[in-house]
Structures are given as structure tokens and as C-alpha cells.
Design a protein around this ligand. Structure first.
Ligand code: PLP
Length: 225
């Protein structure tokens, strides 16, 4: 199976209302162009340098989402080039995004990343941490970010009961945040969850955005988290 057939098949399975972020990390521009040639224009990358290089070489109507851990010193260079950051995982990062966006006169779409997996290596807020941030006076000063929803990664496991319960938890967090803090923000509506191995469960649990790489391109040669 090739990437063209894979994206076409996936689109048949996924409701139109769900956004598909094709994760192109480690893939060369030629591979990305094949998927683009089907009319798909939404791609995700998890490294700043890689995204910038690819963006330069690929059609300008591609929409790029940043999905990986973002270092504060790289915020400035990435902001003008992405339409969404899925991985706002600390208030420190959010503050820097806001500050740099203000300097560049940009409004940046961000998702609040939650830690829902068992692995400690995955980053993100707990629900208590997020609540504390959202109630803090400093948060009220954030003017150059639009919060568009939540993102999370499930544990890498064959235990699909665990994965399902983690997605369900993320959906609950979304609902709590929406009610308590974002009821008047109509852009707060995305739940970014589900990757190649678990996107069907994520869809059943209410995902609005899936992030899939391997499913489209096959196994990556080098292992990148
Ligand atoms: C790599 C990556 C994906 C895609 O993973 P696949 O298993 O290849 O679909 C999704 N989300 C994030 C944050 C990633 O780093």
C-alpha cells in the first residue's frame, strides 16, 4: 500500500467533521507531496528545524501544525509558520508563546496538552495544574493566544481498555474546561487525540482531530518519539 491509497482509505473511514493531521516527521518532501497531490493540506511536525526546512520546499497552501514538545527558545522562529500548536504543556511555554506572538502581532491557536498516559516521559498538565493556571491572574493577561481545545497522547500499549479510559479522561477534561473557563469561546472545541494505533478508539471517544503518521507513510526508519 502506498501513502496515496492510505490517505484515501482513511478519509473514507473518518467522518468529515474530524480533522486529519498527517504527521510527516522524518518523511522527505517527495513523500509529503504524494499525499498533498490527493488534495490533503494539513500536516504535523514535531521538530522546529525540520518543519521550517520542509515548509520552505513545499507548496504554500499547506497548513502546518506543531505537535511536539516545544522549547521556549524556538517559539519565536516557529510562530509565523504554524496555524496551531497542539503541545502547550506548561504555563511557562504559554507565557513565552504569548509574549512572542504579541511582538509579531499574531494571534496563535493553541491546544492545552494533558498528561493522560502512564509514561512519565510524556508531558502535559494534570487537571489540577490546568485549573490552577486558568484561575490565576497571570492567565488573564494572555491576549495573543486563542485556546482551541485539548490534546493528549495515550499510553503506548496493547491494552485497549487502558487507552480507551485515557481518551475518555481527556474528553472529560475538555468538558470541564469548556464549562468552567471557555463557555464563551466558540473556538474552544477541539479534542486532539488518536494516532495510527489507536485513532479508531479515539474517534469513538469523541476525538475531533487525529494525528497519524505511520498509518499513512508506513513505519518510520528512525525512531522518533
Ligand atoms: C509521531 C506523533 C504522532 C503520530 O504517530 P503515528 O503512530 O506514526 O501515527 C502523533 N502525535 C504526536 C505528538 C507524535 O509525536
Amino acid at each position: 500500500m502506498d501513502s496515496v491509497q492510505n490517505i484515501i482509505n482513511l478519509k473514507k473511514q473518518v467522518p468529515d467533521s474530524v480533522k486529519i493531521v498527517v504527521v510527516s516527521k522524518t518523511q522527505p518532501v517527495e513523500e509529503i507531496l504524494k499525499v498533498y497531490s490527493t488534495g490533503h493540506t494539513l500536516f504535523g511536525e514535531n521538530r522546529v528545524q525540520e518543519l521550517l526546512l520542509k515548509k520552505e520546499r513545499l507548496p504554500s497552501d499547506i497548513e502546518w501544525h506543531f505537535i511536539g514538545h516545544l522549547q521556549t527558545n524556538k517559539v519565536k522562529s516557529i510562530l509565523p509558520h504554524v496555524t496551531m500548536i497542539h503541545s502547550a504543556d506548561s504555563f511557562r511555554l504559554i507565557s513565552v508563546i504569548n509574549r512572542e506572538a504579541e511582538k509579531l502581532n499574531l494571534i496563535v491557536n493553541c491546544l492545552i496538552q494533558f498528561h493522560i498516559a502512564r509514561e512519565e516521559t510524556k508531558s502535559g498538565f494534570s487537571i489540577d495544574e490546568a485549573g490552577a493556571m486558568l484561575q490565576s491572574p497571570d492567565f488573564m493577561k494572555i491576549k495573543n493566544i486563542v485556546f482551541c481545545g485539548v490534546m493528549g497522547m495515550a499510553t503506548l500499549t496493547d491494552d485497549m481498555y487502558l487507552v480507551r479510559s485515557e481518551f475518555r479522561t481527556l474528553k472529560e477534561y475538555f468538558t470541564i474546561l469548556k464549562e468552567k473557563y471557555f463557555s464563551r469561546n466558540h473556538q474552544f472545541r477541539e479534542i486532539s487525540m488518536g494516532m495510527s494505533g489507536d485513532y479508531m478508539i479515539a474517534l469513538e471517544e469523541g476525538s475531533t482531530m487525529i494525528r497519524v503518521g505511520t498509518l499513512i507513510f508506513g513505519e518510520r526508519k528512525s525512531k522518533v518519539k
